[in-house]
Each structure stands twice: as C-alpha cells, then as structure tokens.
Design a protein around this ligand. Structure first.
Ligand SMILES: [Zn+2]
Length: 263
C-alpha cells in the first residue's frame, strides 16, 4: 500500500488521482448516454426489442463496474464515511477559511524569516536550470532541528466541520510560506525543488489568490494532494527526478497552468 510519507509514493498517488478523475469523466458520459435511453424508451421495450448481445454486454459491464466501485466503497475508513457529505460550507464560511489560511501563511512567513538563510551556491547550482536566478536569490530556507512546524490553530474548528483529512503539517517534509521554505526534515535536492515550486506559485498568484485556490479545491476534493497547487508541484517534482537531463522552467509551467485555469 502507498504511503504519503514516501516521496515516490506521493507521485504515484497524484497519478492515481488523475486516472481516477479520467475514469470518472468516462463514467459520467456513460451515465448520460444511459439516461438518454431511459428517457426515450421503456425498460420493457429495451428488454424485448434490444439487440441481445449488446444488451447482455451492457448489463455485464454495468454490473462489473458497480461491483468494482462498491468494493472500493466498503474500504473507505468508517470515520470518513460517517462524515460523508459533510456540512456544505456557505460562501461566507469559505471566505472565512481563506482568511484564516492567508493570515496563517503570512504569520509563519514572518515568524521564520528572521532565522532563514539564503540558498548556498551549491544548492543554487543543483536546481539552477529550473528557476530564475532572481527567484533563487530571493527565496530563503530554514532547517528545523528537533522541532517541527505545528498544525495551525484553526484545525480543531475545521475538524468539527467534517474535514477529517486535513494535511498533517507536522508530518510534511517542508512547508513553503511565500518566499521562506521551512524544512521539518533534511534538505535534499528533491525537497528543495518541491518547496521552490510552491514559492513560484506564491510569487505568480499572490498570497490571496493562492490561499483562495487552495481552500476552494480542498473543500471540493477533501484531500490535500488532489488540490491542483499540490498535484502540480508533485508532477513537476517527478519530472525533475525522472528526467534530470531535461531542463524546464518552473515559472513557465506555473504560468501555463494559470492561463489554462488548471489551479
Ligand atoms: Zn507541496
């Protein structure tokens, strides 16, 4: 079974979600085609006049799909299933949440900025081909020793609203607070790259928009790695690790997703 703690698995989990989404779109289209049939013809007429082999194959495919998805449904943790269809948040509540996240990110940035240090020449050289020199100059990092970034104070409130799968900040490798990356664990080439992708997202989207996009997608997907801001960071990270010889500009990739409205 995959573990969110393992960086290789995280990439696989992002792929899993993208394929799950793809299958869901195909299901929706099958659903809508079947709906047309239902609206236009009675079940009796379909059973009586429908071409036998096509009818049998359709019934078989629908049953197999239903069995498959039901078997997955039975494995959804009980606690989460109980809070299924959690309180639908009003726009006011969402705006409140965006505000909390926004203030949290700004406060953490101020908190860690004083102990942050610029990237070393060695670090800049490792990832230089992917980020602008200006960005590498501006971003600062903090390596925590013995302590970890705690979960935000508003988590209790969010859990009470039915958000059972909030990202455990304490367990994360690093956190990016605008232009400051705080490492709970060792700074590696790969985790530095990941943190910097978020720094580019903050830079190009701005804090308010970043917070809004994050909260709105999280409210919809309930899983932080399905939030496009995070999924994009993992997919770029996987490209970085997978094809080291192939340089690309993270800034261009982030701009592209912004232009295509993918965040
Ligand atoms: Zn991330």
């Amino acid at each position: 079974m995959y573990s969110w703690e393992n960086p290789d698995d995280r990439v696989a989990i992002v792929t899993l979600n993208s394929e799950l989404r793809h299958a869901q779109l195909e299901l929706l289209s099958a659903h809508s085609a079947a709906h047309q049939l239902r609206v236009r013809f009675s079940a009796e007429d379909l059973a009586r006049f429908g071409q036998r082999d096509i009818l049998r194959k359709s019934v078989h495919a629908a049953l197999a799909l239903s069995e498959y998805y039901s078997s997955i449904e039975r494995k959804i943790p009980a606690a989460e299933a109980a809070s299924e269809a959690p309180t639908r948040l009003s726009e006011d509540r969402i705006l409140e949440a965006i505000d909390l996240v926004c203030s949290f990110l700004r406060e953490q940035r101020e908190r860690y900025f004083h102990s942050a240090a610029p990237l070393t020449q060695h670090q800049k050289a490792l990832i230089g081909g992917y980020f602008s020199p200006d960005m590498l100059e501006r971003v600062q990092i903090v390596k925590l020793d013995g302590s970890r970034v705690p979960n935000p104070p508003f988590y209790e409130q969010a859990r009470a609203l039915g958000f059972t799968s909030l990202p455990e900040i304490t367990h994360m490798h690093s956190l990016t607070f605008l232009d400051v990356i705080v490492f709970n664990e060792a700074v590696t080439e790969r985790t530095l790259f990941h943190g910097l992708v978020h720094a580019v997202q903050f830079e190009l989207l701005g804090l308010a928009r970043y917070s809004s996009l994050f909260v709105r997608s999280f409210v919809n997907t309930r899983l932080h790695f399905s939030v496009p801001l995070e999924a994009h960071a993992f997919s770029l990270e996987s490209k970085f690790v997978g094809t080291p010889a192939h340089l690309f500009s993270v800034e261009d990739q982030v701009r592209l997703w912004m232009k295509q409205g993918r965040y």
